[in-house]
Structures are given as C-alpha cells and as structure tokens.
Design a protein around this ligand. Structure first.
Ligand SMILES: *Cc1c(COP(=O)(O)O)cnc(C)c1O
Length: 648
C-alpha cells in the first residue's frame, strides 16, 4: 500500500472512531475530555508538530511519486548535470535566502492567531486536516472553474456543498452549494441570483405572456420564490428559454433599480453595500432595518418597513438576516422572519430570503445529533451542559437562538464561511441554495443548458461569479469535514468549547471586581451583551469617570496598544480588535450600553459614538475552567499594565 493510501485510510479510521464516539458526560468536570479534538490542532507550541510534519512529508512525497508514475517511460525534463551546475547551486542558495527573508517578514508582521492571547478577529488556530488538505491539493494545482480543471477537487467541492446543505437543514437532493472566495463573494452570488430571479417573471411575460396570464407587473414582481422557480422550471427546456433570459435583468429587459428594496439589518456586513452597488441595485435601494438592544434585527421594525413598502406598492427584492453578526456575533431571529414571509405571502407579497451565516453557520452542528437529526431545545441544552460543559447559568442557547437555527432551512439561500468557524485556511466561503432549480436563471451560456440536460459533469464556473478558483480550498474543507463531522460529535464539540469560553469571559467581565491600576484609579470591564454565540464586545471603564469621550479615548488607547497599530506583534501581551457604534449605522441602539456603563443620556447626545473592544472567541485552548480563571487574572494584570502605559 502506498503512503498516501495509508495516510488516507488512517484519517478515515480516525473519522470513524471519532464519529462513533460518545464521550460520557462527567458532571462537574471542568475540562472537556477531547483528545481527539486536540489531535487536530498544531497547538500553541506546535505540540502535534511531529505528526503534522510526518503527514505533510507523506503527502508531498506522494505527490512526487504521482509525477513519477505518469508515463514512467518518459525521460526526465531536468538533467542531473544541470542540477549539479554551479548556477543551479547559486540559484538554490538565493532561494534559500529569499525564503529566510520571507519567514522573517511573515513572523514579524503576522498575528499570532494560534495563541489564546489573540482574541480579536475571526481567526484562531487552524484545523490541521484543513491545512494539510490544502497544502496537499495545492501541489496538484487544480482549478475548479471547469470540471476538467480538476475532476477530483470539483467533486469534493460538490460534496462539501451538500455536506453544508445538510448542516443547514436543506434537503441535499434538492439543494446546491459551491465554495466561494469567502462570505463576501457568497453574498454577491446570492444577491446575483435573487436579482435575476426577481426579474424572471417579467421576462416570461415579455416572451411567453400566455404563461403568466392575468398577472400584472405588480403581481409578477411579488411572485413568491417557489412560484418563480416553478415558472423557471417550466420554460427552461423551451426553445425560447435563452430569449427569456435576455429579457431578465441580465439583458435589456429590466432596470435593476425597479426590482425593489434590499432589506438588511443595521448590523449587516459591508459586503451587502458593495453588492448592491455592483449589481446596479444602488445604495438608495438598501433599507437598513434597526437592530434591538441585543444587536439583533428588530423584527417589528422589519414588519413595519415591509408594510410601508407594500402600501406604496414597492416590491421587496430580498430580505437578508444575519446569523452571527460580524461586529457582535448576534443571531437574528430567522424564525420570525420566516413567519413574516408567510404572513405577507398570504397577501400576495413574495420576497427572496437569504441568511448571511458567514460567521455563525457552522454553529448549527451543535444542534445536530450523531444521526443527523436536529435536536430539541432541551436536548441541545443538555448537550451544551453535559458534553461541552457550558455553564448552566449561561442557559445556552437562548430559546430565540435555538429557534433561529432551527428555521434556517426555510431560507432560500445561506452564506457560510469554511474559513471562519470551519477553521480551514483562506480562501473558502460557501453559498448554499435551498432549491437548485434556481441555477437555471443564471447563464446565457448554451453549454450550460447542455450540461443540465445531459447530466454532464458539472463545471462550477457557469454558476459562480469567480473564474479560476482553487481546488485546494475544496480539498481543505472536504478533509476537515471527514474527520470532524458537521454534528455535535465533530464541529459541535469544537464550537462548544468556544461558546463555553465566550460565556466564561462574559461572566468574568460582568462579575469581576473593579481593579486598581498603578495610576491609583479604578477600572472595570463592561461587556456589551450576553453573547448569542462566541463573540464578546466590551469596554474598560474608569469607575467614577462620567465621560463617554474619556471612555472612548481609553479604549482606543488600549486597542492601539493591543493590536498591530503600535510596536512589535511578537511582544504583545494581548491582541484584540475593536468596533465603533455610531448613529449613522446603529441609530440609538448604543444608548442602552451607554447607560449600562453608568453614563448619562446627555453623554450619548454630546458624543454619539461608542468604541468597544471586540473579541472573537475562536480559540480552542481556553475551555478549561481553571486555565480560564488564571488566564482572566493575567488579562486583568495586562490591562493594568496597558492602562498605566497609555496613561489611563
Ligand atoms: C465575515 C463576514 C462576511 C464576509 O466574509 P469574507 O469571508 O470576509 O468575505 C460576510 N458576512 C458576515 C456576517 C461576516 O461575518
């Protein structure tokens, strides 16, 4: 048996053991016993380095063997003589030097994501299976734009798409998913489809009016997604199909600005604003729905917004909600949006519904048992307590978070990033559509129609915004998903750790006694909100100082000190990120927090901006309670030092 096969089988056996395991719950035990999980990380000190190097070496060697096994009778291309020449020796020496410079530059100017001292952006230590999967596949340099560019990795990409579909609760028989460069591109792709589908009934009316008899423009622009898809299905084999496509927004048919409003929460990722621009929808057609004091989309405000548009006969292009907002980790109430969609559908108002779960998507694995079933709230909470040891007091998940995750499969499409809570290297986001019939709305390309009819191998490039795209990303996600299944035994366990840690951090900050810095003044942590997932936003506040401006200044200074902004990243004691809430983006929502900080309303009027430190808790290394407690003590000491340094 060759080495690659052996390594592969070894990984598969591990996957089976892993998937089949059920670690008994030990009440009161602080550390989650998960050596299997630990085996998949390189560790803060490269603890699993030997295995990592061994596997890497195996995969690289296998690649070389692969080359040799392709027409072994062919002559070698590079002669031994050339390789022994002094110029070749010089060239290697030069490369060695450059690589050494590369290392130096990388080490000096990269964030130490792997360390629990890094609690900033959406990054942490990566899953070794993803890293090795990526590096191994990278050597084969497959390009998933067309099937022939990488048959193996194209198939993996489609498999990953269906794995994610299952994770999201979609029927994999009906769904479609593809990998993108990230959440931004996934959101672009979803809006691209939503926009083109919205214009489709109008195009049918222009070319085959008999199919939409009696429906005026208003009705056509409000056609529910499922009906539009039925219509699409009806005409896609018609000889006039391409003519219809040319009458959609893709061609001369429809002005994208007439397709209605794009409703997003204030907490949206800015990719939506970019997308509205690129697709000709225009920023004037974006409506930012306010968020509530938990930074979740305010559903009553959404309802009022929709009602107002209906009254004015303005169609709704799409509603977007967020599962794990970028700045707060907040989970919008998907289930209530689904209910609204049903309510308006009964009144003849249809709209596309997309969930941006770029960040929070993988957390759905915590709700799925080993058999693939979505668990009850009681079961999920029991698992959270007994398996992941998330404290009882955290009552995680809140019922609304549970309901939101449960309702995900009602959405028409979902963005989910493998390079965030999937812990694999960039670039790997994904978009998953509930009903793959939507693919037919996309292309002028006749070959595509051929593809669909002939069931030929799929060339992903027809359906996505990107052209050449790395097969390695698909291999990375595929490998990670093989060893860490997308349920409570796999990713659930990993994410359970991080949610446990986030709750411990929140509790510690909320309960910690104020501490005195060397300047003699007293400070305390104030967390923004109880985390829906694993992100904690917070400020440090001087006790007794009533100024919001002073508080912002202090936290800005802490950020400057605890980020790449100043000094040497390798010498940092702690690294964080930040975000700023201002009325332009968040209306009056931050006032609630301003009050929580003990500041008067007048302060918010005077200084309408709150700077908070933002810690994404992706580290898998802080889940042990004793270890966390000592970490938090050290964090307080670090803060004392930082405050002294920045002059509090
Ligand atoms: C990160 C994020 C995005 C963008 O994803 P990229 O992979 O950075 O392009 C979009 N939406 C949300 C909610 C995100 O958190």
């Amino acid at each position: 048996m060759n080495c690659a096969k052996r390594a592969f089988i070894c990984i598969m056996i591990m996957a089976v053991i892993f998937a089949g395991s059920s670690v008994p719950a030990h009440a009161g035990q602080s550390a989650e016993p998960a050596p299997r999980l630990d085996a998949f990380f390189l560790g803060t000190k490269g603890e699993t380095g030997d295995f990592f190097l061994d596997m890497l070496n195996t995969m690289m060697k296998e690649h070389i063997t692969w080359r040799q096994s392709f027409h072994p009778e062919d002559p070698q291309a590079i002669s031994d003589k050339n390789l022994a020449a002094p110029e070749a020796t010089d060239a290697r020496k030069k490369l060695k030097e450059v690589l050494s410079t590369l290392s130096t530059r990388l080490q000096k100017g990269s964030n130490p994501w792997f360390s629990p001292r890094y609690l900033g952006h959406m990054s942490a230590d990566l899953l070794v299976p993803g890293v090795i999967g990526y590096m191994a596949a990278m050597l084969y340099n497959s390009n998933n734009v067309v099937y022939e560019g990488g048959p193996a990795t194209t198939e993996m990409e489609l498999e990953v798409g269906l794995q994610l579909a299952r994770l999201l609760g979609y029927n994999p028989e009906k769904a479609w998913g593809n990998i993108t460069s990230g959440g931004t591109n996934a959101n672009f792709q979803a809006l691209w489809y939503a926009r083109n589908l919205k214009s489709f009934p109008l195009a049918v009316k222009a070319v085959m009016p008999e199919l939409v008899k009696g429906l005026n423009e208003q009705r056509l622009l409000n056609m529910p997604v499922s009906q539009s898809l039925d219509l699409l299905d009806k005409v896609k084999n018609s000889p006039r199909y391409e003519t219809i496509l040319k009458h959609t927004v893709k061609g001369k048919g429809v002005d994208p600005k007439k397709l209605g409003k794009l409703l997003v929460p204030q907490s949206r990722h800015y990719s939506w604003d970019k997308a509205a621009d690129v697709f000709g929808i225009g920023s004037e057609n974006i409506i930012a729905v306010p968020v509530d004091k938990n930074y979740r989309m305010d559903i009553e405000a959404l309802d009022r917004t929709i009602a107002g548009l209906v009254k004015k006969k303005i169609p709704i292009l799409a509603v977007v909600s967020v599962l794990g907002s970028t700045e707060e980790g907040a989970v919008d109430e998907t289930h209530r949006i689904v209910a609204l969609r049903e309510k308006y559908a009964r009144r003849g108002i249809g709209f596309y519904y997309h969930i941006d779960a770029a960040y929070g998507g993988y957390v759905r694995s915590m709700f799925i048992d080993g058999s693939g079933a979505f668990m009850s709230l009681a079961q999920v909470r029991k698992t959270a307590r007994e398996r992941y040891h998330i404290s009882e007091a955290a009552t995680w998940p809140q019922a609304s978070v549970y309901d939101a995750y449960k309702a995900v499969p009602e959405a028409d499409s979902v963005t989910i990033d493998c390079h965030k809570l999937g812990y694999i290297p960039y670039p790997a986001g994904a978009v998953v559509f509930k009903d793959k019939r939507i693919l037919a709305v996309q292309t002028f390309h006749a070959a595509y129609v051929q593809d669909l009819r002939a069931q030929a191998p799929v060339s992903i490039g027809h359906y996505v915004l990107e052209g050449s795209k790395p097969g390695a990303a698909a291999a990375a996600a595929w490998t990670a998903h093989q060893v860490l299944p997308l349920n409570m035994d796999g990713y659930g366990r990993l994410l359970g750790r991080t949610i446990k840690t986030a709750n411990m951090l929140y509790e510690a900050m909320a309960k910690a006694e104020p501490f005195q810095a060397q300047n003699g003044r007293t400070y305390k942590f104030v967390p923004l909100v109880k985390p829906d997932l694993n992100m904690v936003d917070y400020v440090l506040k001087e006790v007794g100082n009533p100024g919001l401006e002073a508080m912002n200044k202090l936290n800005q200074a802490i950020y400057d000190e605890c980020s790449y902004v100043s000094g040497d990243l390798m010498k940092k004691d702690f690294i964080t990120s930040k975000t700023v809430f201002s009325p332009a983006e968040y209306g009056n929502t931050p006032l609630d927090f301003v009050r929580k900080c003990g500041l008067g309303d007048a302060e918010w009027e005077k200084t309408p901006s709150v700077l908070v430190l933002r810690s994404t808790i992706m580290t898998p290394y802080l889940a042990d309670e004793a270890e966390f407690a000592s970490y938090f003590d050290r964090l307080v000491e670090i803060m004392k030092k930082v405050i002294t340094k920045v002059g509090g």
